[in-house]
Design a binder for this molecule. Sequence first.
Ligand code: NI
Length: 175
Amino acid sequence: MAIMEILKYPEPVLLCKAGMVHQIDGALQKRIDDMIETLYAVPGLGLAAPQVGDSIRLFIYDMSLHEKEVKARKGPLVVINPEIVAMEGEDLSEEGCLSIPGYQEIVKRAYRVQLQGIDREGKEIRVIGEGLLARLFQHEIDHINGVLMIDRFSSLKKDIFFRKLKKKAKQDGSF
Ligand code: NI
């Protein structure tokens, strides 16, 4: 297993719509294991394949990562070719993204969503998420559609974000 680099905005692969997974083979299983190791190294709650440079429709998550007791953790869940089949309600909460480090902002999301996909064994998954889990599902599916949380901002918030980004880039000398 290997820890991979998490790509940061504005890396082009983060802005592309990812392709469907057609085959769950050994190479994909290895990629999934590397993604899990990378997520746990951060640690983060969720990671989508484009964030490690793979333009495929896949994400992993582990909502139990905030548990201090390792044995209370439930282990990562892998969702391949995910789709939101139903959503309802509205929720305004702060959100962050591993590809936009150090930046948190209120994003409007559905409060409850039904997610469908397949797991790494090829079995069908159906999960209903509420609150933070529903937010995570919407955030990760946005990632595989090439959409970042900043695309969900109002134009005013977007302006502020880009100004902060430019200032930070000047300080780091990366522009
Ligand atoms: Ni993200």
